[in-house]
Design a protein around this ligand. Structure first.
Ligand SMILES: Cc1cc2nc3c(=O)[nH]c(=O)nc-3n(C[C@H](O)[C@H](O)[C@H](O)COP(=O)(O)OP(=O)(O)OC[C@H]3O[C@@H](n4cnc5c(N)ncnc54)[C@H](O)[C@@H]3O)c2cc1C
Length: 451
């Protein structure tokens, strides 16, 4: 039986996303634990607003916050920026790219997921994903640079490719991105160019299944599709991508689409670190943990968030969303505290059997479809249109207040968002001019005929 004077337990948390950060927060200042949180970045990222960085409505720092700063008052938590390369469950160690080794009594692997390409590695080279801040900045740079190149080129075929944006994947990420792209191009930038007509830009959302937003009811999915169509987005259902080549998508029906901006929002793959735990994973590399969130065969290693695939103790599916990750992180912290308490009681030998089991509380889901329109599904409540958009705005403003310390900065964003003036449209790292447009002809100063 451990006494109250035992050395603090070493808890290593890999990942400062929603799951890892919540676990660290809940263990903060509990001297029974010595927590080390390792993340390869120095910031916690609010991924639900990534598409706004990609479409120039928000700047990168607006949706990220230093993990060190968030945990500055947690005396027992050490934050380290390192990329974890391997985990040894037997030796109870984690190794980082820095060459450091971290020992643990308890490990939480919460390294999230990355964009998944169904094993087609070259698709990744020929498209852009949306998972990190640099992904979002790459998409923004691509969209804005392509418009600049289209304004320059006199080659009509090339201009057409530059003015075609293909988004693959009709889930929430693809739908929200398509709506925001349409707002950016057809509203905010519409009077910014002189040679090209931005209303001619083709924005195409490609989805393999017959409906977009498949986790929503059919009427909400239909609403989203008709909103996107009104915004000028072509929604292609039932189109299966068979190859992603440089500047070209190929489909199962033999057709193809040329585009200089292919965005891939059609799949995720769990962090490759799941492979180090020696347990079974699904096709996306995700782990099915025990109901207490420990991994099969090892009660001291836990997994949480996007790299899990599980049903909770009531057999309810746990989706890959931020509230689920947060709840998992909180559950593990609570479990660890209770376990240490039990060690000082006569139930010490049964501490693993007495662990609480994870229960997911579904807080509903929402997706925004361009400005002023959204859909919300929360239990039996279903909303769409402006009222749903107001609900979306309020919830995200509440989240962002936690991120951005200054209310004035937040109000600045709200103002430019509402009046359609995205402020973050500067191209900081333009592509090299000699390589971006090999077909570039000498510049014709006159305005082109409409093509
Ligand atoms: C574009 C987009 C939009 C989304 N919209 C919504 C939405 O509207 N609502 C919603 O609820 N959810 C949304 N999600 C999903 C939500 O963001 C995720 O479910 C949530 O972030 C999962 O949390 P997590 O802690 O598992 O992983 P993450 O938040 O991804 O955190 C993982 C952390 O691990 C770190 N890491 C990874 N590998 C390593 C390594 N080897 N070494 C060290 N650190 C590492 C990463 O840097 C990251 O900080 C969206 C996701 C995306 C990509």
């Amino acid at each position: 039986m451990a006494s109250s004077t035992s050395a603090p337990r070493k808890v290593v948390i890999i990942g400062g996303g929603f799951a890892g950060l919540e676990c660290a927060r809940k263990l903060a200042n509990d001297e029974r634990f010595e927590v080390t949180l390792i993340d390869r970045t120095n910031h916690h990222l609010f991924q639900p607003l990534l598409y706004q960085v990609a479409t120039a409505s928000l700047a990168a720092p607006d949706i990220a916050r230093s993990i060190r700063q968030i945990l500055e008052n947690a005396r027992n938590v050490t934050v380290l920026m390192d990329q974890v390369k391997s985990i040894s469950p037997e030796e109870k160690t984690v190794s980082g790219a820095s060459g450091s080794t971290y020992h643990f009594d308890y490990l939480l692997l919460a390294a999230g997921a990355k964009t998944g390409f169904f094993g087609n590695d070259h698709w990744e080279d020929n498209s852009l994903g949306l998972k990190s801040l640099s992904d979002a900045q790459d998409i923004r740079r691509k969209i804005l640079s392509n418009l600049e190149r289209a304004e320059l080129t006199t080659d009509y075929a090339e201009r057409e490719k530059l003015m075609t944006i293909a988004i693959v994947g009709g889930g929430p990420t693809g739908v929200e991105l398509a709506g925001a792209c349409a707002d950016l191009i057809h509203r905010s930038l519409k009077s910014n160019f002189r040679r090209i007509d931005t209303s001619k830009l083709r924005l195409i959302l490609i989805e393999n299944s017959p409906k977009i937003l498949e986790h929503y009811d059919a009427d909400q999915s239909d609403y989203a599709k008709s909103r996107l169509t009104t915004l000028g987005v072509e929604v292609w259902n039932g189109m299966m991508v068979t190859d992603v080549l440089p500047g070209k998508l190929e489909f199962k029906d033999g057709s193809h689409l040329n585009s200089r901006a292919i965005i891939w929002a059609a799949g995720i793959a769990a962090s490759p670190l799941t492979k180090h735990l020696g347990v079974e994973t699904d096709r996306a590399g995700r782990i099915k943990p025990n109901l207490d969130l420990s991994i099969p065969g090892n009660p001291n290693i836990f997994v949480a968030g996007d790299l899990t695939n599980m049903r909770d103790k009531d057999d309810q599916f746990v989706p890959g969303v931020a509230p689920a990750a947060t709840q998992m992180g909180a559950h593990i912290a609570k479990l660890l505290k209770e376990e240490l308490r039990l060690e000082t009681t006569k139930f010490a030998d049964r501490k693993h059997d007495l662990r609480p089991l994870f229960k997911y509380t579904d807080k509903g889901m929402m997706a925004i479809i361009g400005k002023n329109h959204a859909i919300v599904k929360a239990g039996s409540i279903k909303l769409h249109g402006f009222i749903a958009w107001i609900a979306w705005l309020l919830i995200h403003i509440l989240f962002l207040i936690g991120f951005r310390n200054k209310l004035s900065v937040l109000l600045g964003w709200a103002y430019s968002y509402i009046v359609n003036k995205p402020e973050a449209r500067i191209i900081v790292h333009p592509p090299a001019f000699d390589s971006i447009n090999p077909v570039l002809k000498s510049v014709d100063q006159s305005r082109p005929q409409s093509s």
